[in-house]
Design a protein around this ligand. Structure first.
Ligand code: AHR
Length: 502
C-alpha cells in the first residue's frame, strides 16, 4: 500500500493543549492502593507514595489527573478521606463492591499531584449528593482561610489553598449503573445549579458537565442536547467517554476504532453547537474526553454476570487488562483522534493510570512496569509540540464490519514554530500489508533530520508481563528516508510510528 500527505504550517487545527495528555486515578481496584500509594513498599516516600511508580508517571508525560472517580465518586463522601488517618472511617464501596479504607484522600492526592507537576481535575459527587456537598468540598479545597472548612484544611497540614481549577460535575450520570443515575433533565438542572453555586464561590473555575458514557448509549445525542439546554451558560466543557476492544478476532474493526472516536467527537461538537445556535450564543462548549482507552469491558461484564461479587475486599485486582501490540496501536490512533480535534477537544484523560486498565502496572511490594500502551502515550506526549497541523492523507481505504469504510492510514502531525521541530504520528491499519508513506515537507522550510520509532511485532498479541516487561517496546524504524523536502517511511502492518523531524 502507498499513501501521501503534506505537512504545511499554513494549515493548522489548534495549539497542542497539554491537557490532552491527562490521565485518571479512581479509587478502584489497585489504582490508588498498591498502585500510586503503598506505605510499606521499599520505594515509598514519607507520604507512602511509590517513587518507582512516580518515575514511570513522569516518563509517561501525564499533565492532568482526574480524581477520585469514575463510578466511585457517585457514592463518595470526600470528608471521609481527610484528617488524621486513624480517625478515618472504613466504608462499604458500592461501585466496585469493595472496602474503602480512606487512608488516601484529597490532601494526599494533592501532595502527590503537585509533586509530579500534575494539574488536578476534581470530580464531585452528584449521584448520592448535591450542591451543598460540592460547595463544602470546594470550601475545603480552594477557600483561602478563615472559614470552618478552609481552616480544617490548614489544620490538616495544607495551609495554602489547593487551587483546583477544573471540576467535573458528577460522573456518567446517563448510565443506569451509576449510583444516583438521573434523567437528562434532572441532571442538567442539578449541573446548572451546582455550577452556579461553585462559580459564586469562585468565578474562575472551569466546569465539566457529564456527556454520554459512550456513543452507543441509547440516550446519546439527546442527552447532550437536553443537559446543555439546561447548563450551557454555566459550564465550559461537556465530557465524552469511550472504550474499545477487539471482538471475536475482528482485528480490522478494532484497528478502525479511532475512526469511531472521530465520529463521536464530531457528533458531540455538532450537538453542542446546535444548542448554542438555538440560544444565539457566541460561546462554544469545549470537549473533555475524560475517559478513553482500550478496555476488554465485555469480558468484565461477562465475568460479573457469571460470578457476581459477594465479598467486600480491600483493593482487589479489578480490570487489570494486559495490553498487547494491537491494543497499543489503537491507543496511538486514539491519541491521533484527540490531536486531530484539538480545536474542540481541549482536555482528555486516559482511563486509568495504574493497574486498572492502565499503562503502568505494579506488584504489591514488587516492581512497577510499562504495558504496551505506555509507549504511544509517552512518545506522543513528548513529541507533540506547538500546533496541530491539518493533515489530509491520500491513502487506500477498506471496509470494516463495525465501523464501515476507513482509511488504512491514520495520521496526525504537529509543528513547533519556535524550535522548527515537527512530529508525525502514523498508524498502519492494514493487518497484513506494509504501507509506504510519502510526505511532502517543503512547507516546513528545510528539515535536515528525520528519526522514527515504531511499535509493531510479528505477534500482534504479544504483551509485556512483570517478568518480561520489555517484550513490547518501541524500536528504531530504519526504513525512513529524507530526500530534499520529501520523507518516505515504511510502516509494518498493525503498527504505530512516531517520526520526528528537525
Ligand atoms: O474507568 C472505569 C469506569 O468506567 C469508571 O469508573 C466509569 O466512569 C466508567 O464506566
Amino acid at each position: 500500500h502507498k499513501a501521501e500527505l503534506t505537512l504545511d504550517p499554513a494549515f493548522t487545527v489548534a495549539p497542542v493543549h497539554r491537557r490532552l495528555f491527562g490521565s485518571f486515578v479512581e479509587h478502584m481496584g489497585r489504582c490508588v492502593y498498591t498502585g500510586i500509594y503503598e506505605p510499606d513498599h521499599p520505594s515509598a516516600d514519607a507520604d507512602g507514595l511509590r517513587t518507582d511508580v512516580a518515575a514511570l508517571i513522569r516518563e509517561l508525560g501525564v499533565t492532568t489527573v482526574r480524581y477520585p472517580g469514575g463510578n466511585f465518586v457517585s457514592g463518595y463522601r470526600w470528608e471521609d478521606g481527610v484528617g488524621p488517618k486513624e480517625d478515618r472511617p472504613v466504608r462499604r464501596e458500592l461501585a466496585w463492591h469493595s472496602t474503602e479504607t480512606n487512608q488516601f484522600g484529597l490532601d494526599e492526592f494533592m501532595r502527590w499531584a503537585r509533586g509530579l507537576d500534575i494539574e488536578p481535575m476534581m470530580a464531585v459527587n452528584l449521584g448520592t449528593r448535591g450542591i451543598q456537598e460540592a460547595l463544602d468540598l470546594h470550601e475545603y479545597a480552594n477557600h483561602p482561610g478563615g472559614t470552618a472548612l478552609s481552616d480544617l484544611r490548614a489544620a490538616n497540614g495544607a495551609p495554602d489553598p489547593h487551587a483546583i481549577r477544573m471540576w467535573c460535575l458528577g460522573n456518567e450520570m446517563d448510565g443506569p449503573w451509576q449510583l444516583g443515575h438521573k434523567t437528562a433533565r434532572e441532571y442538567g438542572r442539578l449541573a446548572a445549579e451546582t455550577a452556579r453555586a461553585l462559580r459564586t464561590a469562585e468565578p474562575g473555575l472551569e466546569l465539566v458537565a457529564c456527556g454520554s458514557s459512550g456513543r452507543s448509549m441509547p440516550t446519546f445525542g439527546a442527552w447532550e442536547a437536553e443537559v446543555l439546554g439546561e447548563c450551557y451558560d454555566e459550564v465550559d466543557f461537556v465530557s465524552l467517554h469511550a472504550y474499545y476492544e477487539e471482538y471475536d478476532g475482528d482485528l480490522s474493526s478494532f484497528l478502525a476504532a479511532p475512526a469511531d472516536m472521530d465520529r463521536f467527537i464530531e457528533e458531540v461538537v455538532a450537538t453542542a453547537d446546535h444548542v448554542g445556535a438555538r440560544r444565539k450564543s457566541s460561546k462554544r462548549i469545549m470537549l473533555s474526553f475524560d475517559e478513553w482507552n482500550v478496555w476488554y469491558l465485555s469480558r468484565f461484564q461477562r465475568e460479573q454476570a457469571e460470578d457476581p461479587p459477594t465479598d467486600w475486599p480491600v483493593a482487589p485486582r479489578v480490570i487489570e487488562d494486559r495490553y498487547n501490540v494491537a491494543d497499543a496501536v489503537v491507543v496511538g490512533g486514539m491519541l491521533n483522534s484527540l490531536l486531530r480535534h484539538a480545536d474542540r477537544v481541549t482536555a482528555a484523560s486516559q482511563a486509568q493510570l495504574v493497574n486498572v486498565i492502565a499503562p503502568i502496572m505494579t506488584e504489591p511490594g514488587g516492581r512497577a512496569w510499562r504495558q504496551s500502551i505506555f509507549h504511544p502515550f509517552a512518545r506522543t506526549a513528548a513529541a507533540a509540540r506547538g500546533r496541530v497541523l491539518r493533515v489530509e492523507p491520500a491513502a487506500p481505504r477498506h471496509d470494516t464490519a463495525l465501523y464501515g469504510e476507513v482509511p488504512l492510514l491514520d495520521a496526525a502531525a504537529t509543528y513547533d514554530e519556535e524550535s522548527g521541530r515537527a512530529a508525525l504520528f502514523l498508524v498502519n491499519r492494514s493487518t497484513d500489508t506494509p504501507m509506504e508513506v510519502s510526505a511532502d515537507l517543503r512547507g516546513l522550510g528545510g528539515v535536515a533530520a528525520a528519526s522514527a520509532l515504531t511499535l509493531s511485532d510479528d505477534d500482534v498479541y504479544a504483551a509485556n508481563t512483570a517478568d518480561d516487561p520489555d517484550r513490547v517496546a518501541l524500536k528504531e524504524n530504519k526504513d525512513v528516508r529524507l530526500d530534499g523536502g520529501r520523507l518516505t517511511a515504511v510502516l509494518p502492518p498493525v503498527s504505530w510510528t512516531c517520526v520526528e523531524l528537525a
